[in-house]
Design a protein around this ligand. Structure first.
Ligand code: 1OR
Ligand code: 1OR
Length: 303
């Protein structure tokens, strides 16, 4: 198939009749697997039955320090979910391997070669002992790639009207749809906590969020009350600041009413939204002016 071509699930109905792969697991293993998979974005748009088939199909892989789980340029065999361990993402740049990112005890990798039938785009190396859960390419295709056709139908129109993404090519926007997760939040539910480490980025699909900060006074006293500084609604994004600046979350974010957000993980953010970073940076430079307008110059931020 052609890279990034919309997948047509009717092309290979036969796959549905292939025997389902089940790797048996102890209760304890299944519990650890479920924990590892809880926040995997690619699984967030599966229904219960599809998700439990994914869990059935996964198998444990134990790795040693320096072990290459994936080598750039090779064909794709499995998709991996991290149970524990630290993994470097290494990309050849002018013939030299350069570490461009790290997975720290969570996340997943190896979806690209399986989704687009392309060679592995990076090398993934364990820097310490670790444990992974693998999913073979046939099962990945049957459950995840097929679901992507539905995802494109569901989110294409929405993604098309997100102002931030206007600068991207259509094919780039569709690649975002392929890897996004959808998360629903209840009224007042906390989406981001100020001061925490960041690993993803959000776009509001429905409902609203409010951005709140804990500030300190000029005297350096912490005023622990949270103050609302902004709201975001459909089509607007938040959670970019920590990713762009490499700092902890600058504010907390809460749902206002029932709210749904598209979620993009940090690796996909780096890979697919790099060309939108200039727009984000320009908007970030406005934050400070807004801050002064809101509180005067006598208040600054905790972080
Ligand atoms: P894959 O099947 O191509 C390597 O095998 C995997 O590394 C890839 O799927 C992704 O899951 C993961 N660029 C490409 N692949 C990446 C990247 C990445 N990060 C993780 N993977 N970039 C780094 C972003 C932090 C962009 C580098 C230029
Ligand atoms: P984050 O990753 O730091 C919290 O997680 C998010 O809240 C942050 O990314 C931004 O998306 C958002 N004005 C508008 N939005 C903000 C502001 C802000 N701070 C954080 N976010 N500020 C100006 C106040 C009128 C504060 C500037 C630091």
């Amino acid at each position: 198939s052609v890279c990034a071509e919309a997948y047509n699930p009717d092309d290979d109905e036969d796959e549905d009749f292939e025997p389902r792969v089940v790797h048996s697991k102890s209760d304890e293993q299944r519990r650890r697997l479920q924990d590892a998979c809880r926040d995997i974005l690619l699984f967030k748009t599966l229904d219960q039955e599809q998700f439990s088939e994914v869990l059935d199909g996964m198998f444990q892989v134990l790795v040693k320090p320096q072990e290459h789980i994936i080598n750039q340029g090779e064909d794709g065999d499995n998709f991996y979910v991290i149970e524990r361990g630290v993994y470097d993402v290494i990309v050849l740049i002018d013939g030299v391997g350069k570490c461009v990112g790290t997975y720290d005890n969570k996340g997943s990798f190896g979806e690209l070669a399986l989704m687009y039938n392309t060679p592995r785009s990076a090398t993934i190396m364990a820097t310490q002992e670790g444990a992974l859960w693998g999913l073979d390419r046939v099962t990945f295709h049957r459950l995840i790639v097929k679901n992507n056709a539905n995802k494109r139908k569901m989110y294409e129109a929405f993604i098309e009207c997100v102002p931030l993404l206007k600068a991207l090519e259509l094919s780039e926007r569709m690649k975002i749809v392929d890897v996004v997760g959808m998360r629903a939040f209840k009224d007042e539910e906390c989406i981001i906590t100020q001061g925490e480490k960041a690993d993803c980025f959000y776009i509001v699909e429905s409902g609203q969020v409010k951005i709140m900060i804990v500030s300190k006074t000029k005297a350096g006293q912490l005023d622990n009350a949270e103050v609302e500084i902004a709201r975001c609604s459909r089509g607007q994004y938040f959670g970019e600041l920590a990713l762009v600046t490499n700092k902890p979350r600058a504010a907390s974010v809460y749902a206002v009413g029932d709210t749904k957000c598209l979620v993009i993980d940090i690796q996909a953010f780096e890979r697919l939204l790099g060309s939108c970073k200039e727009i984000m940076k320009r908007n970030i430079s406005q934050y400070e002016n807004q801050l002064v307008a809101l509180f005067g110059s006598s208040v600054d931020l905790k972080h």
